[in-house]
Each structure stands twice: as structure tokens, then as C-alpha cells.
Write a protein that binds this ligand. Structure first.
Ligand code: HSE
Length: 402
């Protein structure tokens, strides 16, 4: 008999309990053993919960119970969750988690402990909600050399951008809706600032390129300054605006960024809408592979958590690990990267723009203000671009996804 403990009875925690208990008899048949949830840890009271007999408030009860072999950490954050996961691994229990912050910042350390203790540390639900991506990268694509990953990795911002662009909805209204639907983080600042997508691309990049990538080393910009005017210009250019997370090889180093981007309509990522995420992986032998599905929400995320629990029970330690971050930072400074950019300005002549940026492509939209001008630059070094922008006070400034 294997017993499981769930830490956190919020959106993902309660979804995990529901999915697990609904399908428990299938799991038992499949695993050839009895499996059950023994504890649910939460500091809050749930007097009317049908699981009152499982609810506890003291983590020591779980960590000291030898019957518990798998702990699912679904609390989030990096304080209590970090201590609890470390203690559980050190006590010889497998841990599964949906906690992006924890994996992105402490992944190397926790994987090392798990490997030393010969237990699992799985985190499929930390990237892409219900989309299988971690295990396919670790297993199905392990023969290939992955050269880049480009993803829409945050469901909340994709939902907001879709509603703003397609329905003309207001940013704050759609964010409130995304919170109600259980897509957003408890502090949605992490979603809209790009921080959540940054943690996810760091996890994928660490896994693929074998060395810990710290979120602090990644240039990250969110979607708060995007307007309907920018979306109209994107359409005129032949694309849509998406929050794009990118990690790719650049010689011996890596380029990693998270920023709103014009995505051309020909790209498979341009049609990814609402809460859906997509991850486009490029491999030397495989070419392009796209993973697509619901990137946030109670049940898609819970399904990934339960699969990790079952994998930990059935297959035991199959962790891949990555090296700790080295002193020598191998992420290319964003200022040294080269990209094309879209700019929207007021009161600057086209001749001045050509003088500054060279062969630009001017864009148009219906009902543009008289002195409004929008264009896409040729490829330019970011540092040089920012210098040229500093006197122009752009109203819109977005990278182009090439
Ligand atoms: N807030 C996250 C998102 C949840 O919107 O993608 C899933 O990680």
C-alpha cells in the first residue's frame, strides 16, 4: 500500500485530490497495488470538506510517517515549500511539484538530494499545465540535440492578449476573469510581468542545456504596456502579439528572453489562443516539434501532478539532473543580442526615422492619429536600438519573433 500526502488544498491541490480519488480504482489496477491519499496539509480550516479526515496542519506528521512514500507540493512559493520539499526528500520520500518558482531557483539542489536519496523529484506540472513537456524532453527527445525552444508559456497572459485583441476587452477586466477561472498566480504580477514565463523557460533551458539558468539572468518584459493600437499594427505587419519565451544556443552560450513579440501568422504559435500554451522545440535531427494544450487551470494541472505521482510510485527515481549555476554566466547579455523591433511614435518624421534606423518597414492602421508613425526596424543590436530610442519616447516597442 502506497500512501500520498498533498501539501496545499488550493486550486491545484483540490483538483489533484479530485482527479486522484475519481480514478483511484483504475490506478490501483494499473499499478497492481493499493494507492491512496493519506494526508492533505493546509493551514486553513475546511469544516465542510468531504476530506476532513485527511486534513492536517502539521507537516511533521507527514514527514515522520513511514507509510507516506510520495509528497505532492502544491503550495507554491519558495519559503515553506522549499523547506518542506527538502525535508521530504531527505526523509527518503519522492516529491512531485507544480511549483515553478521552486524548480527554477532550487531545481539543481533538489534534484541532487533526490538522486542521493534514490527517490524521485518530478515537476511535469511546473511548465505548460496539462501539456506533457518535461518527460518528452527527458525521454522521447533525449537522442537529439535540441537547439532552441520557443514557447507561449503563460496561460493568463495569453488569455488576456487574446481577449484584448479579439474582443477589445480591457486589461483589468480580463485579468480579473483569469483570476476567477483559476489561471492566474495568487499574485498575478508574476503573470503579467513575464516572471512566471521566465521561471518556466529557465526550467526547460536548464533541463535541455544541462546547467542551472537563474531567472535573474534572463531579460524579462511583460505585457502591461501592450495596447489595441499595437495589436492593429501587428495585424498590418502580418502577425499577432504574443508573450514569447525563447531559449536557444548561440555558440557556446545561450540566448534566453521573455518578451512580448510580433509573431508572424505563418508561425504555429500565432494561432495559440486563450489559456492554451504551446512549446515549439527545434532539434538537429527531429526538426520542429510542437507541444500544445491548456497551460493553466485546476484540472489540466492536476492531471500532470497525478501522472507524476503515479510515475514516482511505479518507476521510482528516474530523475535527470542539471549542474549548478556556474560563476561564469553563459547567458548572453540582452543588450548584446540582435533583433528587429516594432516602434510606435508620435511627432517624429519618416525622414528622421529613416535617418536613425535605415531601411525600416512603415506600418498603417485605420483611424491612426495624424502624427502617429509605426514601423519595423532592420536587425539591430539591442544596445544601439535602445540608445536611438532614448530621445524618441516610444508609445509602443515590441520585439519581432524571427
Ligand atoms: N499562472 C500560470 C499561468 C499558471 O497562467 O500560466 C500555470 O503555471
Amino acid at each position: 500500500m502506497s500512501k500520498i500526502a498533498i501539501l496545499g488544498f488550493g486550486t491545484v491541490g483540490s483538483g489533484t485530490v479530485e482527479v486522484f480519488l475519481k480514478n483511484k480504482s483504475n490506478y490501483q489496477k494499473n499499478m497492481g497495488q493499493d494507492v491512496d491519499i493519506k494526508y492533505i496539509l493546509d493551514i486553513r480550516d475546511f469544516p465542510d470538506s468531504p476530506y476532513a479526515d485527511k486534513l492536517v496542519k502539521d507537516f511533521n506528521i507527514i514527514v515522520n510517517d513511514p507509510e507516506v512514500t510520495v509528497v505532492a507540493e502544491l503550495i507554491g512559493g519558495n519559503t515553506f515549500a522549499y523547506d518542506a520539499v527538502k525535508q521530504a526528500l531527505e526523509a527518503g520520500k519522492s516529491v512531485v511539484t507544480s511549483n515553478k518558482e521552486l524548480v527554477a531557483t532550487k531545481g539543481a539542489e533538489l534534484l541532487k538530494i533526490a538522486n542521493e536519496k534514490n527517490v524521485s523529484f518530478f515537476f511535469e506540472a511546473s511548465v505548460g499545465g496539462g501539456i506533457p513537456i518535461i518527460r518528452p524532453l527527458q525521454q522521447c527527445l533525449m537522442s537529439d540535440v535540441i537547439t532552441s525552444i520557443t514557447g507561449i508559456l503563460n496561460g493568463t497572459t495569453n488569455y488576456i492578449l487574446t481577449k484584448m485583441i479579439k474582443e477589445g476587452a480591457e486589461f483589468s477586466d480580463v485579468l480579473a476573469e483569469a483570476q476567477k477561472l483559476g489561471y492566474a498566480e495568487s499574485n498575478p504580477e508574476a503573470d503579467v510581468s513575464g516572471g512566471d514565463a521566465c521561471r518556466k523557460i529557465c526550467i526547460l533551458a536548464s533541463l535541455i542545456f544541462g546547467r542551472h539558468i537563474d531567472p535573474e539572468d534572463v531579460y524579462t518584459r511583460g505585457i502591461t504596456s501592450i495596447t489595441k493600437e499595437d495589436a492593429e499594427y501587428a495585424a498590418n505587419w502580418g502577425g499577432v502579439i504574443k508573450l514569447i519565451a525563447f531559449a536557444g544556443k548561440c555558440g557556446e552560450s545561450l540566448e534566453i528572453t521573455v518578451c512580448p513579440s510580433f509573431v508572424p501568422l505563418e508561425s504555429q504559435l500565432s494561432g495559440v489562443n486563450d489559456v492554451f500554451n504551446a512549446i515549439l522545440v527545434k532539434g538537429e535531427a527531429t526538426g520542429e516539434v510542437v507541444f500544445y494544450g491548456k497551460g493553466a487551470g485546476k484540472y489540466p494541472t492536476a492531471s500532470a501532478v497525478v501522472s507524476d505521482i503515479l510515475n514516482a510510485l511505479k518507476h521510482g527515481n528516474k530523475n535527470l539532473s542539471w549542474e549548478e549555476r556556474s560563476d561564469e554566466n553563459h547567458v548572453v547579455d540582452y543588450n548584446k543580442q540582435k533583433h528587429r523591433f516594432y516602434l510606435r511614435l508620435e511627432g517624429v518624421s519618416k525622414s528622421k526615422i529613416k535617418e536613425l534606423f535605415g531601411e525600416v518597414v512603415f506600418l498603417s492602421r485605420k483611424n491612426a492619429l495624424e502624427d502617429e508613425v509605426a514601423f519595423v526596424t532592420p536587425v539591430i543590436c539591442v544596445e544601439e536600438f535602445e540608445k536611438k530610442c532614448s530621445d524618441l519616447y516610444p508609445l509602443g516597442k515590441i520585439q519581432i519573433m524571427d
